[in-house]
Write a protein that binds this ligand. Structure first.
Ligand code: BJW
Length: 234
């Protein structure tokens, strides 16, 4: 089977220097808001207005943000080696796409495992569509079934992350697995390094500090993503 030679897992640390907050750092989102109140299907069922407000604000921030040197370096790597460098991002922003479009990377080489702000999802019939710029409200309706159960197309705790079969297939045959800007606290993504290593891949971590899974990596480099990612790519 042929597949990507390099699989790159990215997390909130890659977008931190674009001004988008991380989750678990000091001052991170989950130190300000209880994740049980905003990032579970139960929270949405209990208080959809609060959950939609939380995501509308973050979606607006993400729209105003710009890709940074780390996104651009990864996009250049992908553009130079089409089909060989798969980015699996946990981020729901579109900064990899925007950098990729500038560099000429193939959008097929990017997977959003935790969904994306750019799409809306109907909690009634599972239909997905481009979310556009307007805030989502409890009065927004699904274009397919008409139900007023519109939510952001993001993966909450207890939900199944996207495209897992493709990702495990890629992890099982890649030569190199690189993890960038992620704390390694959330599964199944936190288990990808063990999966790739068991299949014989070399493993590299690029993060501000050693992550929870640091001991699984053969090599770790620490620093800001905008510095250590371009240095690794170039
Ligand atoms: C920088 C930097 C700079 C900063 N430069 N670096 C017990 C054991 C095992 C699992 C479970 C368990 N109990 C429950 C579970 C499952 C649960 C889970 O993992 N819970 C843990 C808390 C234990 N997982 C799930 O429920 C998932 N689904 C699932 O498991 O389904 C079943 C299944 C099993 C097996 C196979 C397949 C399926 C779903 C998880 C959904 C996560 N959703 C969120 C929200 C998305 C929408 C939104 O954005 O609001 O995803 S939570 C949040 O965490 C978000 C992120 O993608 C995710 C990961 O965070 P990330 O990116 O790592 O950010 P941080 O802040 O944690 O780390 C940033 C890092 O960057 C830090 O290390 C910094 O140092 C660094 N940094 N500045 C470089 N400038």
């Amino acid at each position: 089977m042929t597949g990507p030679e390099i699989v790159i897992l990215t997390g909130a640390g890659v977008s931190a220097e674009s001004g988008l907050g991380t989750f678990r750092d000091l001052g991170g989102l989950w130190t300000k808001v209880r994740l049980e109140d905003v990032a579970t299907p139960e929270a949405f069922a209990r208080d959809p207005d609060m959950v939609l407000d939380f995501y509308n604000a973050r979606r607006a921030n993400a729209r105003a943000a710009e890709a940074n040197a780390a996104h651009h370096a990864l996009a250049r790597l992908q553009a130079a080696r089409p089909g060989e460098v798969l980015i699996v991002t946990q981020n729901v922003d579109d900064l990899h796409e925007r950098a990729g479009a500038l560099a000429g990377a193939d959008p097929a080489d990017l997977i959003h495992i935790h969904g994306e702000f750019a799409k809306a999802l109907c909690a009634g019939c599972d239909h997905r569509w481009p979310s556009g710029d307007a805030p989502m409200t409890t009065a927004s309706t699904c274009p397919a079934c008409g139900a007023a159960r519109v939510r952001p197309d993001v993966v909450w705790f207890g939900e199944m992350p996207y495209r897992m079969e493709e990702i495990y297939a890629a992890l099982g045959q890649c030569a190199l697995f690189v993890s960038i800007g992620t704390s390694g606290a959330v599964y199944p993504a936190a288990g990808f390094v063990a999966e790739a290593r068991a299949a014989g891949a070399d493993t590299l971590e690029l993060n501000l500090e050693p992550s929870e899974g640091a001991s699984y990596f053969r090599e770790s480099r620490h620093g800001k993503a905008t510095e250590i990612v371009p240095a690794w790519v170039e």
